[in-house]
Design a protein around this ligand. Sequence first.
Ligand code: CMC
Length: 372
Amino acid sequence: MSEISPGLENVYIKYTALTYIDGEKGIMRYRGYDINELAEKSTFEKVSYLMLFGELPDSKELINFNDSINRNLRLDGYLKTILKNMPENADALGLLQTLLSAKASSEINYKYSADNDSKKVPEILGNVLSMVANICRIKTGRDIIDPEPLNDYSSTFLHACFDSFTKDQADAMNSALILYMDHEIPASTTAALVTASTLSDMYSSLASAVTALRGPLHGGAAEGAYRQFQEIGSPGNVEKWFNENIVNGKKRLVGFGHRVYRTYDPRLKTFKKYAEMLSVTPEQKNILEIAKKLEMLGVEKFGKKGIYTNTDFYSGIVFNALGFPVDMFTTLFGLSRVTGILAHIMEYVETQERLIRPRAIYNGKDYREYKE
Ligand code: CMC
């Protein structure tokens, strides 16, 4: 047996009552509730409350929670100035990282406690909605605004991004926010936990998470999968592209494979449903057809190794149909994941706090005398 665990594979660093994953059977639940049932029937606010505080809210708790989020939709003046002054080609996730770090600069004295955390989290949910909506506005040539609260989080967000939206789009956004809300402790949540374990504040911990989310092996996969479909170009080119790039081992199939799942990612079902429902233009239908053909070839080739389609394969198609530019996809993943990351931080710091400080086995040179 290896003395180290590369990639921290099969290393457990906390107990959690948040997300249950059975990677063999393709089951995922938030606090016991099936993920697709929540995504189809519930709302982002209710599920956020469930994750953060343990149970679904009653009507009074829900109203208070929504009010606390909505009181925090205004973007601070200095964040607006930063956004306006960032280079035009700054990428969306880099902008989110910058705004979170700027916010962290006034959090130095933050003290974790159940009481403080339950006030801080809705503040952050409101703030991040505003940050991401305004990043989207900048990226699509619009002006910076203070979002106006509508009936629910996903409608407020879509309205802030695009000024108008349909009921199907709001439903899809709501489901996407729930499906991506938490996934136990992937790289980004672990990065946030490492930071929070030093008792650094929540905004700094979120900034750490966002930096880890960036890479193509993790949060960048939805964008990668979508760009892969664009590169293929037409359904007629799927097989040729697959043989030349994947069968030959030149590239990894993006949107396939997972550290935990050995079967289909359970979140795929609802994303695929919305991808089919919302792909209406010839270009969207073309991309969807490419994706379906590619998925078939991927499962045929890799299924026997336990490598199946993951959630990022279809989520980009949904985000595109909602009107988001491709370089917003990872940032949307980030927006959805804020609740899960904060719930893990609360669970860890409030009940299991211990500085995360692993070791490395030294295998370098023995003692050498320094000679001038
Ligand atoms: N395409 C081709 N081969 C693959 C793929 C893939 N997508 N995924 C895994 N493999 C192969 C890999 O080459 C290796 O083969 P061999 O044993 O012959 O060397 C074997 O499967 C095991 O791969 P691994 O990299 O050791 O497994 P891992 O647990 O580190 O991989 C992963 C997880 C997500 C990094 C990987 O599956 C991957 O690179 N996928 C493509 C990127 C992607 O879709 N990422 C999104 C992940 S889900 C959402 C999220 O967490 O953000």
